[in-house]
Design a protein. Sequence first.
Length: 220
Amino acid sequence: MKVVIAGAGNVGTSIASDLHAAGHDVLILEQDPDLVTKLRPTLDVTWMEGDCCEVNTLRVAQLDAAEVLVAATGDDEDNLVVSLLAKMEFAVPRVVARINHPKNQWLFNETWGVDVSVSTPHLLTALVEEAVSVGSLVRLLQFEGGDAHLVEVTLADGSPAKGVELSALQVPRDASIVAIVRASRVVIPRGDTVLQAGDEVVVLVTGDSETKVKDLLVGA
């Protein structure tokens, strides 16, 4: 898989290192020539100097051949611009964008070409809530312009879904149970799977189906 990463800061280089180790073709685009000179010997990926917000730079980087663009600069405005260019000018199938300031999260949606946005503060909050919350619906990750997202519920003893087979749960058509974690192992959801108290249920929902899923798993 070819991945172009805009920004050679700590986030960008860490992502590049992991993807390179996994065997992917990685290009890092960075406008600071001194930073490129400094980091090039430390990371064996393709490096390119240039402004990620310039169409010509992205064309030279052959962004149209990339399967994923990661906007990982330290500037939200730059991340939005490169995301929009990647999607609208180069039709990159998947655009992942870093949110530096949580107050800007509302901007990172499909209007700006963003498929997946990642805000470290919000992600940490979700992980804390996921660790301590039983019987509460917790948002984990947001997709496709803020409409589709992953939620997690650890079923309490009083959950209306306890002891119910998935086939009888009447999950909305625009939602899907994607995984169940039970006693530290993953249970693949099937129609005859019976939910138990303590199950961590991960569900892909939309804004319209989230309330219904919450009623099914947590209760009204």
